[in-house]
Design a protein around this ligand. Structure first.
Ligand code: ADP
Ligand code: MN
Length: 176
């Protein structure tokens, strides 16, 4: 089915600014765009499997999650906010934004968030190793994957402007 509005994934290591970007982008785009914070949504829609003690996080039942999200995503206009992107089939996704943050800045943000040392270290390693960027590149065609820096508020504002401009172009290229 043809979508009237694009679906965008905002991804990146925890603390990179996914939620801040997605919220701001949704506000800028207005109706009918929606911000889907997948961590919250997986809970709300009962798509959680079990608690992983080692990773200190809930494991999401990805098949169930996708089944639940598919009808929304087929309509379009979804700003997906999650640290995993490979779950979503290519046909449902129009743009993948991978946020990147300087390690010392990320360290400060995660400390402020009250993460345990081992969880902070895991996330810093994930950022250094470009794990999420690689996952995005492995899952989607290069043309739709963009990497944006998210170290400062100015960069965040620029990023949101840039994505909003991309959305306008997409809409112009996909009339009805
Ligand atoms: P994520 O959803 O990726 O975990 P958040 O959007 O919750 O990240 O951001 C984590 C913290 O870092 C928040 O306190 C947020 O205000 C701050 N932050 C995120 N991106 C930026 C940025 N580009 N510049 C300054 N602060 C930021
Ligand atoms: Mn978040």
């Amino acid at each position: 089915m043809h979508r009237l509005y694009p679906n965008i994934i905002i991804t990146g290591t925890p603390g990179c600014g996914k939620t801040s970007h997605a919220e701001s982008l949704k506000d800028q785009l207005g109706e009918p765009y929606q911000h889907f914070n997948i961590s919250d949504l997986a809970k709300e829609r009962k798509c959680l499997e079990e608690y992983d003690e080692n990773l200190d996080t809930w494991v999401v039942d990805e098949d169930k999650l996708l089944d639940s999200l598919e009808p929304d995503m087929e309509k379009g206009g979804i700003v997906v906010d999650w640290h995993c992107c490979e779950v979503f089939p290519e046909r449902l996704i129009d743009l993948v934004v991978v946020l990147r943050t300087d390690n010392s800045i990320l360290h400060q943000r995660l400390t402020k968030r009250g993460y345990k040392d081992n969880k902070i270290q895991e996330n810093l390693d994930c950022e250094i190793m470009q794990v999420i960027l690689q996952e995005a590149r492995d899952s989607y065609i290069p043309e739709i994957v963009i990497e944006l820096r998210s170290d400062s508020v100015e960069e965040m504002e620029e990023n949101v402007e840039r994505i909003a401009a991309w959305v306008e172009n997409w809409r112009a290229d996909h009339p009805n």
